[in-house]
Ligand binder design. Structure first.
Ligand SMILES: Cc1ncc(COP(=O)(O)O)c(C=O)c1O
Length: 380
């Protein structure tokens, strides 16, 4: 057999797998990978048991269970003042499949896609697999602001799509109303599609508001918004999510979805359809996570790790330059082995592997886990 030609030649194991394994090896507290160390709600688990026993175990309709898609449409209409119905919604195997399917459906060979880095690590490989070229805009610490004039200067006649993510992993920043207006005008002027990754929609703090693209009628016709039940219901292992967008885009999305997974998990869809009806099942989240953010930030106040602002997500960035000037991967490994707390180095979220002496800690953890991590880090 001839040597294989890889479609993703730089396919390293993700840093999340690497750091979680390193944390286990050193028996360290794992604040690296983004998942909770507490379980999903009991009421939701009861519904799952119920529908599993109720024999909801065969294929679901291809775009998802109508009852679930209807509740999702009602939820986004209520939250963001849009006017969606079940035909604007497809249930996916996590947000990652929605992102991949959207990129595959719309990015053609040679198209360019604007990506803001640091970025969630699935965007660039998905664009490359579709034959597109990522065009990177680097957001810079400490505020990671976007200069939209600079974004405009990156647009060429091959630019097809722009990917945004707010609340933003890993920086914890959120886009403002002004950002969305600037995005809207660029997207309309250059006839771009917008892929909006909103998996942390409920994790917004300090009384701020999540600026979904679904709030902007002129953006909706060219946008798709991606959400994750994993983030909202502490169930990352279920890999359940959905995408919302205008019908003409959804028709193209579905063509690829059909040959990608066809449909996802039926009994979970029944359970989620019931659980999502109750607003109280998710509207406690900003307060719940703000409390955890504050526990970590207040617990580490005055230590040598310098906290950057965190307005959303369950990630908190720290600058460690007061401790040493190692590169961030070396620092994260040192901190795991010597201090006993695992983190994620920020350079991995940049294609350029840019070094800014920053690490990311995940605070989706029980109060006792955060307290134990604080005790280890306070004298670092
Ligand atoms: C910004 C962002 N988008 C998408 C995802 C993936 O979500 P899911 O687990 O539902 O595929 C994550 C998970 O960490 C994320 O941080």
């Amino acid at each position: 057999m001839q040597p294989l030609k890889s479609k993703l030649p730089s396919g390293d194991t993700t840093i999340f797998t690497v750091m979680s394994a390193f944390a286990r090896e050193h028996n360290a507290i794992n604040l690296s990978q983004g998942f909770p160390d507490y379980d999903c709600p009991d009421d939701l688990k009861s519904l799952v048991h119920h529908y599993l026993d109720d024999e909801k175990n065969q294929y679901a309709p291809m775009p998802g269970l109508p009852a679930l898609r209807q509740v999702i449409a009602q939820k986004v209409n209520q939250s963001y003042g849009c006017n969606m119905n079940e035909d604007n919604v497809v249930v996916t195997a996590g947000a990652t499949q929605a992102l991949f399917t959207m990129i595959t459906a719309f990015v053609h060979e040679g198209d360019e896609v604007i990506v803001f880095e640091p970025a969630y690590d699935s965007y660039v490989p998905s664009i490359l697999l579709a034959g597109g070229s990522p065009v990177i805009y680097e957001m810079i610490a400490p505020d990671f602001n976007i200069d939209w004039d600079h974004v405009s200067s990156l647009i060429s006649d091959r630019t097809r799509m722009i990917i945004i993510n707010s609340p933003h992993n890993p920086t914890g920043t959120i886009l403002s109303h002004k950002d969305l207006l600037a995005l809207q005008s660029i997207a309309i002027d250059h006839d771009l599609l917008v892929l909006s990754d909103e998996v942390y929609e409920h994790l917004v703090y300090d009384e701020l508001q999540h600026e979904s693209v679904l709030r902007y009628p002129d953006l909706i016709e060219r946008s798709m918004s991606v959400f994750s039940f994993g983030k909202t219901f502490h169930s990352t292992g279920w890999k359940m999510g959905y995408i919302v967008g205008s019908e003409h885009l959804m028709q193209e999305f579905i063509k690829v979805h059909q040959w990608n997974v066809f449909c996802v998990n039926s009994f979970l869809q029944y359970a989620l359809a019931d659980y999502l009806k109750e607003e109280k099942n998710y509207n406690y989240l900003p307060q719940f996570y703000q409390h955890k953010r504050d526990q970590l930030r207040e617990g580490l106040e005055g230590c040598n790790l310098e906290a950057l602002p965190c307005r959303g997500t369950y990630f908190q960035l720290y600058n460690y330059s007061r401790i040493n000037k190692m590169d961030d991967l070396a620092f994260a490994k040192w901190m795991t082995a010597e201090i006993g707390v695992a983190s994620i180095p920020i350079s991995v979220f940049y294609s350029s592997k840019r070094q800014d002496t920053l690490i990311r800690l995940c605070f989706a953890k029980q109060a006792s886990t955060l307290a134990a991590a604080i005790q280890k880090l306070i004298n670092i």
